[in-house]
Ligand binder design. Structure first.
Ligand code: PLP
Length: 259
């Protein structure tokens, strides 16, 4: 019997099924892994935005994590929406010594501008969670928020990456998708450097892109790929998912995991 690699997402729920835990589990299924979830927050959400968000008690996050890790075990972990400083600290404490690669998607705000992490959690994210990351995957807004470096062209990507690496992740993937032109991301560990380029798809239905990419990286790592190979495969997966994104509701539809 073939037992699939086990991948855990620690993230928030998107009731609309486009981002968060729902995007993570769809990605994990599509990539042939066994997805598991530690829910950090519940959001009332649809294609128009986030109508409400309720963090779970730290005790509930701890209990879910222990249930999964103590029995089933994990071969990679991905973190997404963590909502509050208390939950960032709780998750960092749980991940210390987890013995599996950790992908940290430092989720700050949604595409619609709705806050998914309290401003007071910034220091905990920088000082407690980022040092535990095998790969951190900030987009340009998150990079500016974490480091103060504003990327306005491809030439700024390296300086931004170095500023994130100063917080201690082994690798950083700066997602330059919001720059004009091709979707260019920079992956570096401070020594080697990989520029990942994909053609821009003129599709506004991109809800869940960041969650999907970080989960796909975690899947690759759980399968034993190196970080550059896992990121390269994840970028291909998310590019296909964006190309196939479809309209749902009146706003921004989700990327598609069935392409
Ligand atoms: N909702 C949840 C629970 C999320 O974790 C995220 C992103 O990580 C989002 C919404 C935002 O998704 P997007 O910015 O792709 O719309």
């Amino acid at each position: 019997m073939q037992i699939p690699p086990r991948v855990l997402t620690v993230a928030g729920s998107d009731s609309g099924g486009g981002a968060g835990i729902q995007a993570d589990l769809k990605t994990m299924l599509a990539l042939g892994t066994h997805g598991m979830s530690v829910l950090t927050a519940v959001t009332a959400q649809n294609s128009r935005g986030v109508q409400g968000a309720w963090p779970l008690p730290a005790e509930a996050v701890r209990a879910q994590f222990r249930s999964v890790v103590d029995d089933i075990g994990v071969q990679a972990v991905k973190t997404g929406m963590l909502a509050s400083a208390e939950l960032v600290e709780t998750v960092a404490e749980l991940l210390t010594g987890v013995g599996a690669p950790v992908v940290v998607d430092p989720v700050g705000v949604s595409k619609h501008g709705d806050p998914l992490l309290a401003a007071s959690a910034l220091d905990a994210l920088r000082l407690k969670l980022l040092p535990l990351a095998t790969v951190a995957t900030p987009n340009l807004d998150e990079t500016a928020w974490l480091t103060g470096v504003h990327v306005t062209s491809e030439a700024d990507l390296r300086r931004a990456a170095d500023a994130v690496l100063a917080f201690g992740p082994r690798w950083v993937l700066i997602k330059g998708g919001h720059l004009p032109g091709d979707a260019v991301d920079l992956l570096t560990d401070g020594t080697s450097e990989h520029l990942l380029r994909a053609p821009r798809h003129d599709n506004r239905h991109t809800h869940g892109t960041g969650c999907t990419l970080a989960s796909a990286i975690a899947c690759g790592l759980a399968k034993g790929l190196s970080v550059p190979d896992a990121v390269g495969a994840a970028k291909k997966y998310v590019t296909g998912a964006i190309a196939a994104g479809f309209p749902l509701g009146e706003g921004i539809g989700p990327v598609d995991h069935g392409w």
